[in-house]
Design a protein around this ligand. Structure first.
Ligand SMILES: NC(=O)c1ccc[n+]([C@@H]2O[C@H](COP(=O)([O-])OP(=O)(O)OC[C@H]3O[C@@H](n4cnc5c(N)ncnc54)[C@H](O)[C@@H]3O)[C@@H](O)[C@H]2O)c1
Length: 396
């Protein structure tokens, strides 16, 4: 196994800080003990943020130009956590410079760029490099437990699925314009959070065959320009000038998967739902549901209960559940888990693969860029459906 890995994070915004924190913690969970992880560089074009983030998370230095990370001899592994339209140039530059790359979702802002990135990843992998997209929810113990209930037949044959990701980061008309609100229809709520719920739906229900009923809506059609730097979903002072919102605040569609049908609904204007990912799956022998609001529990109902206690019961997640043991500094049931843990487990899965830990001894691997392309093709089929009055469109 490699003895030491130097890491860097490009983008110190909302998710970049989660990657920085995750690399710090990745070697504290699960087994085997990882090689030494050196926290080397934070790269952000907004220098004050890069300086602060490097200090706060214990990285040796910050840089303003990502090319300095590509050129650095002491860096092996890089997370790319900037606006989607910047992924391709930076990822390709890093791979050409011999770095292992973990890219945030969605893989890019256009399918053409995503395909080019997948091609670059194939060439790089032939040289021994690892290029991955994290799909962080695939290591959530609650979602893994739902999959286990499906796989071992306890829910019976699947009947239908409901997935929604309601957020409210854009529900106020004074939330400033940022890269998130600009791009074609389908690159808004659908690309931002629908990218998560779509791969989760396929993880639970099998590959998507087709989508129909695609509909987008832009509820707030212009937003004020910010007076300072916008980080993630944060507000701040805004100008009297506005810019148009060009993509979707809300998107909905239904899909036919290999195992069942389902409906997916995403929003960034669902007031009161800061991070409302909720999943429910129905089978011939019972049902299960999970929500990011209480991610340390899964609710399950099974038909073989006595009739007088039939109904959903709440299962607190603990060492009896997939990948819980060892995944937290204190891995007892009821200690609570959260979204930041998923970034730690994602970073660990990536480092395990780079370090040469065998797959059978590792967390589920991060996904390939080809999976990232498929994720975008799934969402492109929704956009196609929406553009043609909700018609049925095959998923490539
Ligand atoms: N997996 C998740 O749960 C999750 C959550 C949020 C965001 N994301 C993804 O992470 C990525 C970033 O999102 P965010 O919300 O953190 O964005 P953000 O706007 O908060 O941060 C982006 C940062 O990139 C910096 N930047 C801009 N151009 C740069 C350049 N050329 N070089 C270096 N830095 C540059 C900006 O200064 C900013 O600090 C997106 O792809 C998004 O989809 C994933």
């Amino acid at each position: 196994m490699t003895t030491s890995l130097g890491v860097a994070v490009i983008g110190a915004g909302m998710a970049g800080k989660a990657h920085a924190a995750a690399y710090r913690a990745a070697s504290t969970v699960y087994a085997p003990v990882l090689p030494e992880i050196r926290l080397v560089a934070i790269g952000d074009s907004f220098e004050p943020l890069g300086v602060e983030t490097a200090k706060r998370f214990g990285f040796e230095r910050n840089v303003v130009d990502w090319r300095d990370i590509a050129a650095a001899d002491d860096i092996d592994v890089v997370s790319v956590v900037v606006a989607n339209s910047l992924h391709r140039e930076i990822v390709e530059g890093l791979l050409a410079a011999g770095k292992h790359v973990l890219c945030e979702k969605p893989l890019s802002d256009t399918i053409a760029d995503a395909r080019a990135m997948a091609e670059a990843a194939r060439s790089a992998e032939a040289q021994g490099l690892v290029a991955r997209i994290g799909f962080s929810y695939l290591r959530s113990p609650g979602i893994a437990f739902m999959r286990q209930l499906i796989d071992d037949g306890r829910l019976g044959d699947l009947l239908h699925f409901s997935g929604r990701y309601w957020t409210d980061y854009g529900c106020r008309p004074d939330a400033p314009i940022s890269w998130r609100y600009q791009g074609p229809q389908g690159s808004g709520a659908l690309g931002d959070i629908g990218s998560h719920v779509s791969y989760i739906a396929e993880y639970l229900c099998g590959p998507a065959h087709d989508v129909s009923g695609g509909r987008f809506h832009t509820s707030i059609v212009e937003r004020p320009k910010p007076l300072g730097q916008v980080i993630g979903h944060t507000g701040g002072d805004v100008s009297d000038e506005t810019s148009p919102v060009t993509n979707d605040d809300y998107a909905t569609f239904n899909a036919r998967f290999a195992a069942c049908v389902g409906t997916i609904e995403v929003s960034r204007v669902a007031a009161g739902h800061p991070n409302g990912l909720a999943l429910e799956i129905f089978g011939t022998r019972g049902a299960a549901r999970w929500s990011q609001t209480n991610p340390a529990q899964v609710e399950v109902m099974l038909h073989d209960e006595h009739a007088d206690v039939a109904g959903y019961r709440t299962i607190p997640l603990g060492p009896a559940h997939p990948r819980y043991a060892g995944g937290w500094a204190m891995d007892a049931p009821g200690v609570g888990i959260g979204q930041n843990d998923l970034f730690v487990h994602q970073a660990r899965a990536f480092l395990e693969e780079v370090a040469g830990v065998p797959a059978e001894a590792s967390l589920p691997r991060c996904r390939s860029f080809d999976d990232g392309v498929h994720n975008m093709e799934f969402l492109a089929a929704v956009a196609d459906s929406a553009a043609h009055g909700g018609t049925t469109v095959a998923v490539r």
